[in-house]
Ligand binder design. Structure first.
Ligand code: UGA
Length: 450
């Protein structure tokens, strides 16, 4: 099928790259001329595992192209995925102006029949507004639109895998015919009939993906409901961790046993310095505002958000308890990105901690495998190091703020030898407390006995 992707951000590129990889002909369009120039030149503007190989291969096979020509891209498409950003407004609601602008162009430039698919995360009833905009601005009779909601459940850092091997594909439609077209788009993934660019034949053989058809309103709600629930789960684990610290229990033992109950499940119960990124913090707020507009006080969400914000205070307090005075101390930071396997630092808890350390007068040396370039622009006074050992050199403390697996594999004896004071505060419970103590570290983590 001929598919156009509008918006070459993270979701657009992963969607476009993966749909091309399973055999569709994809045109990706963006109004950022610089971004399109880079993509045309073969550069992928984000770090996402497997994405560059996937796009390079699709390009060499003539199945993906990048352009700034929105009208041309719309005209050629049978299906249009809207993947533009919906950033938060000051009041926490989602800014839908990019969706509105795109809808107007689709309306005026389309001829024939088009499937218009919301992939961006949007509040419930955006589909209704989208349909209205397409009708109001469309040239009567020249185009027929079917609006579909198709939320994405991609996790940064593993989004290519998530797209190609999903547990479910949710489509919200008005007419069954639109669901049939969506099933056609996803058929190679549903039937697992594509040359997997990641596993080269040895794909994991779990249960096949579910294709779940709903109304548009339900589908839009599902996305916010999932993200908010996962955020609640994390905040629950974090409060539990605080209680464990007070009562001398170990949060990892508690959550592991909880996760053995299939009704609870083991994922998203890792306690730490809280959730960040561009999804949970903004989605939980947008969902809260949406409920408020519908006349409901969804307090549970507000509480989860409050608990998450408190994680930073809680951790900085821990640092201060160990170091006493921060002014004049040299603090090493390992990890800046909001999670491993990404260069994304948006709403990263590490950055808020960095800000506090600098405000208190500490001097900071930092390392992150992917996130340093972006952090440098915001924090020019931090010393960015070539590796974790440089971070440790002369440090009064090392803080572990993102759980990159390579930090677990460090030569911690070497780290110990480099430090002025062998103090490690692990904000992600990545390291083994006993091993760290055996190496002679003063080691503190989250919700585990010191
Ligand atoms: C999240 C969802 O997991 C995806 O399903 C969704 O599609 C995506 O948002 C989106 O809306 O686009 P993502 O933000 O990439 O994905 O990252 P997650 O893996 O969900 O992690 C979010 C944050 O929670 C990270 O800061 C992570 O460190 C933190 N986290 C996660 C914890 O603190 N504890 C956990 O147990 C799990």
């Amino acid at each position: 099928m001929r598919i156009t992707i509008i918006g070459c951000g993270y979701v657009g590129l992963v969607t476009g790259g993966c749909l091309a990889a399973v055999g569709h002909h994809v045109t990706c369009v963006d109004n950022d001329a610089e971004r399109i120039r880079a993509l045309v030149a073969g550069q992928i503007p984000i770090y996402e595992p497997h994405l560059d190989e996937l796009i390079a291969r699709a390009r060499s096979e003539g199945r993906i192209e990048f352009t700034g020509n929105l009208s041309g891209a719309i005209e050629a498409a049978e299906a249009i995925f809207i993947c533009v950003g919906t950033p938060p407004l000051d009041n926490g609601e989602a800014d839908l102006s990019a969706i509105d602008a795109v809808a107007r162009v689709i309306a005026t430039e389309s001829r024939g029949s088009k499937l218009v698919i919301e992939k961006s995360t949007v509040p419930v009833r955006t589909g209704e507004q989208l349909r209205r905009a397409l009708e109001v601005y469309g040239r009567a009779g020249k185009a027929k639109f079917e609006v579909v909601s198709n939320p994405e459940f991609l996790r940064e850092g593993s989004s290519v895998l998530d797209f190609l091997h999903p547990d479910r594909i949710v489509v919200g439609v008005e007419e069954p015919a639109a669901a049939d077209k969506m099933r056609e788009i996803y058929r190679p993934i549903l039937e697992r009939k594509f040359a997997c660019p990641v596993h080269s034949g040895g794909c994991p053989q779990g249960a096949p993906p579910q294709f779940f058809v709903t109304t548009i309103n339900s589908s839009e709600l599902i996305k916010h409901a999932c993200n908010s629930f996962l955020a609640l789960k994390i905040s629950y684990a974090n409060q539990l961790a605080d209680l464990c610290e007070r009562l001398g229990a170990d949060v990892e033992e508690v959550t592991r046993a909880m996760g053995m109950d299939p009704r609870i499940g083991p994922q998203f119960l890792n306690a730490g310095i809280g959730f960040g990124g561009f999804c949970f913090p903004k989605d939980i707020q947008a969902f809260y505002r949406l409920a408020e507009r519908a006349g409901m006080d969804f307090m549970l969400l507000q509480e989860a958000e409050r608990i998450n914000k408190d994680r930073i205070d809680h951790f900085v307090e821990k640092v201060k308890r160990s170091l006493w005075v921060l002014k004049g101390k040299q603090v090493g930071v390992l990890g800046l990105a909001f999670k491993p396997n990404t260069d994304d630092i948006r709403f990263a808890p590490a950055l808020e901690i960095l800000r506090r350390l600098l405000a208190e007068g500490a001097s900071v040396r930092a390392y992150d495998p992917q996130g340093m370039k972006k952090t440098q622009a915001q924090f020019p006074t931090v010393t960015y190091c070539r590796d974790p050992y440089e971070v440790a050199a002369g440090a009064d403390a090392v803080l572990l703020l993102t759980e990159w697996p390579e930090f677990r594999e460090l030569d911690w004896q070497r780290v110990h030898n480099q430090m002025v004071r062998p103090l490690v505060l692990d904000g992600r419970n990545l390291l083994n407390p006993r091993r760290m103590r055996d190496l002679g570290f003063e080691y503190h983590s989250i919700g585990r006995p010191d």
